[in-house]
Unconditional design. Structure first.
Length: 63
């Protein structure tokens, strides 16, 4: 479900804009960056946060 919400946010953005996503759990931590890259977006950073959270920054690709 995390990537569905991420995808909806990316769809509303202009190419080149940056989205920051805070997520919890192993599955989203693996799947969100992978799926974003597959769809032409750039993963700028992925950072572990306290409490088992991961913060990633994505730049929307130009499609």
């Amino acid at each position: 479900m995390t990537f569905v919400r991420t995808r909806l946010a990316l769809d509303r953005m202009a190419a080149g804009q940056v989205l920051e996503v805070l997520m919890k759990g192993e599955e989203p931590r693996r799947n969100v960056p992978r799926t974003a890259r597959e769809q032409g977006h750039a993963v700028l950073s992925a950072q572990e946060e306290p409490g088992g959270l991961t913060r990633i920054r994505l730049r929307k690709g130009g499609a």
